[in-house]
Design a protein around this ligand. Structure first.
Ligand code: SOE
Length: 410
């Protein structure tokens, strides 16, 4: 357990899904890892006083506020953890960096390249004053993903020829699912592309150590109009019933008012990576039956490795250097003490889950801040992801690489 009395007093802005995942990690990290500083869950911030008070109690925060500027102005806060929708990442992170706070910002870094550039520049300036920052691409910290990167770095796959990445969900397949903030460009920046596509872009660049240098893309919005939300604005939002009087509801009693979806429901693109690999990416919220299905396969001249989030404690590995009679996909159970992050948890075979990746994220962030090292992914790494997102959107909008196929029987 931690032998240090050094504290990092954390202020977190946001308390929905990511706020809950981050809170679990802040609560757990110092109980599991012996670190040079202890995270103190000092202050949580949210716009609704009653909801943020409840969140403080449920999630384990000492105090709460409804004003993020107050949180940043306090000299008893060392770290600002940004868990809000994308349209406020830049404003909050820039203010926090300017105030000398270390910053952890959820992905994607921003809603635009311009914001991301400004954030990366501010992070570089703040770094000179000892301030550290990181973007929360948590899947890098699934032990099997870190091991995947090690296999590539150790040359076990040889020359990388293909990257094949999909991230599939289905929570908005029902056209009656309401128009929540994730479906509005001005709030979220983009749809499936920035929300889950960003993860596979970062993960594949992290694992291969290669950058995406060009893309050709298509995107689609399958359901273009949706009922306005009445209840929660998150993944569990509800539609206001006909005739309800709460202002979001029915217009003269003929069902709920509707709004236009302004983001992609799905994005598919091909890409080249520096070093010559060809890659395919698919991010969709309309993959019926797929709940949170992230899968990455990397083919190299000497072998293949496959990661599947639904079996996040495992890797599939094909070693083409083995004698022909012994070749085949083997399953590596990534739960040994020698495997990344695992020594702090349970004996071999006792598997971990999605939430552990956030604890690993906080472990690495605390250690970097406490020792003055540079956390990864940096805001510059996250800007690189933002540039890919922007290129995919521009490619899809231009349609320049699209060749129509005529019907055989006109
Ligand atoms: C919703 O699509 C979401 O919560 C993403 O925003 C998260 O980054 C991902 O980890 C799970 O799905």
């Amino acid at each position: 357990m931690s032998t240090t009395d050094r504290e990092l007093r954390v202020g977190m802005v946001g308390y929905a899904f990511m706020g809950a995942a981050h809170s679990q990690a802040w609560r757990t990290v110092n109980r599991v890892y012996d670190l040079p500083a202890r995270a103190r869950m000092a202050l949580i911030c949210g716009r609704d006083a009653a909801k943020v008070a409840d969140a403080a109690d449920r999630l384990g925060w000492e105090a709460y506020t409804t004003d993020w500027r107050e949180l940043i102005a306090r000299d008893d806060i060392d770290v600002v953890d940004v868990c809000t929708p994308g349209d406020s990442h830049a404003e909050i992170a820039l203010a926090a960096l300017a105030a000398g706070k270390h910053v952890l910002c959820e992905k994607p870094l921003a809603n635009t390249v311009a914001e991301a550039r400004e954030m990366a520049a501010a992070a570089a300036t703040a770094r000179a004053a000892g301030v550290r920052s990181m973007c929360g691409f948590n899947y890098r910290r699934v032990p099997a993903v870190t091991m995947m990167r090690q296999l590539v770095a150790d040359g076990r796959l040889g020359v990388i020829r293909h990257v094949r990445a999909t991230y599939l969900q289905d929570w908005i397949v029902d056209p009656q699912f309401p128009l929540v903030w994730r479906l509005q460009r001005d709030r979220a920046g983009s749809g499936a592309l920035g929300d889950i596509g960003a993860h596979i872009i970062d993960l594949t660049q992290f694992v291969t150590g290669r950058r995406i240098t060009g893309v050709s893309a298509v995107t689609e919005t399958f359901v273009k109009e949706r009922p306005l939300p009445a209840g929660s604005s998150g993944l569990a939002a509800t539609v206001n019933g006909a005739g309800a009087a709460d202002g979001h509801g029915a217009v003269d009693g003929h069902g709920p008012a509707t709004g236009t979806v302004t983001v992609d429901d799905a994005a598919v693109f091909v890409a080249r990576l520096d070093g010559g690999a060809l890659a395919t990416y698919e991010a969709s919220r309309f993959a019926t039956g797929r709940k949170n299905a992230l899968r990455v396969e990397i083919n190299g001249s000497l072998g293949t490795v496959v990661f599947d989030l639904e079996r996040l404690n495992e890797l599939e590995f094909y070693d083409a250097t083995r004698p022909a009679a012994e070749q085949g996909f083997t399953r590596i159970l990534v739960t040994e003490g020698e495997h990344p992050y695992m020594s702090a948890w349970w004996p071999p075979g006792h598997i971990i889950g999605y939430e552990h990746s956030f604890t690993h994220q906080m472990r690495d962030f605390i250690e970097a801040v406490a020792t003055g090292a540079d956390p990864a992914p940096s805001f510059a790494d996250a800007l690189q992801v933002q540039l890919v997102l922007d290129a995919v959107t521009r490619s899809a909008d231009l349609g320049s690489s699209w060749t129509e196929v005529e019907p055989a029987l006109a």
